[in-house]
Design a protein around this ligand. Structure first.
Ligand SMILES: Cc1cc2nc3c(=O)[nH]c(=O)nc-3n(C[C@H](O)[C@H](O)[C@H](O)COP(=O)(O)OP(=O)(O)OC[C@H]3O[C@@H](n4cnc5c(N)ncnc54)[C@H](O)[C@@H]3O)c2cc1C
Length: 404
């Protein structure tokens, strides 16, 4: 009897793992893809969505149509590696091989008050104060009778913080924006790349408070580590990602963040019938450039996991995964961006691509993910999947309406 491969999570890694595994197995293994949402969420566009942009919606069923992969629209509750069962909301799902691709979400527990008083850039099924709720809150901000501009504070000076604050001031110039970060803006970037980001923030009139951690978040006020207070109308929290605790709870070998330690072929080092990819995976001995939680790493990992899990089910040889990163582009609104280029070993070149070209590269890379999905379908002899619609129009007010 053919093996059953169960893939948990239909984000970048899980979607590509399912499409690739079905292409490799061609009906010789049973495949099930489980996801809490029935649509694929383009997570790397959630800062655009949070600022009111309508995104195309891709139904998971339509992306899988014709591939033979069965879609289970359900939330995963527990994994039992001893009995090889996944507990879903609606019942138990047995597996022969399992792929963990449940991604990550914003960490909201470490700093008091974040969960209650801040918004995140998470998809709403993960966090009720996520990107859609943020879009509504921003659209409802109005200039007060005294002419005071509404103030949005973005906490976190990494990629997400920089992307959302620049998107915000571009779409809503009447809003005053601040970026607050425990480290420096551009930490981890090349000197030229970091300088470019700083200059871009300054040009847009964004106040930057660096090297001061947020101690706690309250109703309309941040308490800072140096004792000062920062008032706000809306607070956006982008202070890092955590992965779901399911792997840790199941007894898999994980790191302090809960990411699954995997070997070169992306199999759990403690439970080799279980694979992990994307934000959930941490290679114990990375052979290429260092892995970081990103779409850029999740996509090639998803493809390699798809290859390997199908190979294992068919009794074929599995192949190691090596990550090569040419750089991570950052958008600075829709017409500006920066790509810090890297060598194959992951080290920075101090040769960033900036400006309109940077924005173009960012958009090209962001859009290429759907092309990857389509390519897997084409190579399987299937036609293109089509988006169902753009997401429900959000009640976004234009800058003109805001100042009215
Ligand atoms: C605003 C923003 C911008 C970003 N920009 C970039 C960028 O420019 N470049 C880049 O490389 N990275 C970027 N990232 C990071 C990138 O989005 C993640 O690293 C990437 O999405 C990880 O892919 P994944 O497949 O591991 O997980 P995800 O894309 O998070 O997918 C996980 C899937 O699992 C599902 N799931 C989770 N828990 C359960 C459960 N219990 N039951 C069932 N289903 C579940 C989720 O619904 C989701 O569909 C950005 C992130 C954000 C938030």
């Amino acid at each position: 009897m053919s093996e059953r491969i169960v893939i948990l999570g239909a984000g970048y890694a899980g979607m590509l793992a399912a499409l690739r595994a079905s292409r490799r197995a061609r009906g010789r293994a049973e495949m099930v893809l489980v996801n809490a949402d029935d649509h694929f969420v383009e997570r790397i566009r959630l800062h655009q969505h949070a600022m009111g942009e309508s995104l195309r919606r891709w139904s998971i069923a339509s992306l899988l149509a014709g591939t033979g992969v069965r879609f289970e629209h359900a939330r995963v509750q527990r994994i039992d590696p001893e009995r090889r069962i996944v507990a879903l909301e609606g019942g138990a799902l047995p597996y022969d091989r399992l792929v963990l691709a449940l991604g990550s979400r914003t960490e909201v527990e470490r700093t008091p008050g974040v969960r209650e008083h801040a918004f995140t850039l998470d998809a709403n099924e993960v966090h009720t104060r996520g990107a859609t709720a943020l879009a509504k809150a921003i659209s409802q901000l109005a200039v007060t009778a005294g002419g005071e501009r509404p103030h949005v504070v973005v906490c976190g000076g990494g990629l997400c913080g920089v992307e959302v604050v620049t998107e915000l001031v571009e779409r809503f110039p009447t809003i005053r924006a601040s970026l607050v970060t425990a480290s420096g803006v551009g930490t981890g970037m090349s000197p030229k790349g970091a300088r470019y980001v700083r200059a871009a923030l300054a040009r847009r009139g964004i106040d930057v408070l660096e090297n001061i951690p947020v101690r706690s978040v309250h109703d309309r006020v941040l308490e800072m580590g140096n004792g000062s207070r920062v008032g706000f109308d809306v607070c956006v929290w982008t202070g890092g990602f955590v992965v779901p605790p399911l792997a840790r709870d199941a007894g898999l070998s994980v790191n302090e963040r809960g990411q699954v330690f995997v070997d070169a072929c992306l199999r759990s080092v403690s439970h080799p019938r279980i694979y992990a990819a994307g934000d959930m995976a941490m290679q114990s001995d990375p052979p290429g450039a260092p892995l970081y939680m990103s779409c850029k790493a999740a996509c090639p990992m998803g493809l390699r996991v798809g290859d390997n899990v199908a190979a294992a089910a068919l009794g074929r040889e599995e192949r190691p995964f090596a990550f090569i990163s040419s750089g991570l582009p950052i958008s600075l609104g829709r017409a500006d961006g920066v790509l810090d280029t890297r060598r194959n070993d992951g080290t920075l070149r101090n040769l960033p691509v900036t400006g309109r070209l940077g924005a173009w590269v960012k958009e090209a890379i962001t859009g290429s993910v759907i092309t990857l999905f389509q390519a897997e379908r084409w190579f399987s002899g299937l036609g293109s999947a089509r988006p169902v619609d753009s997401s429900r129009a959000l009640p976004t007010r234009t800058p003109k309406q805001l100042s009215a």
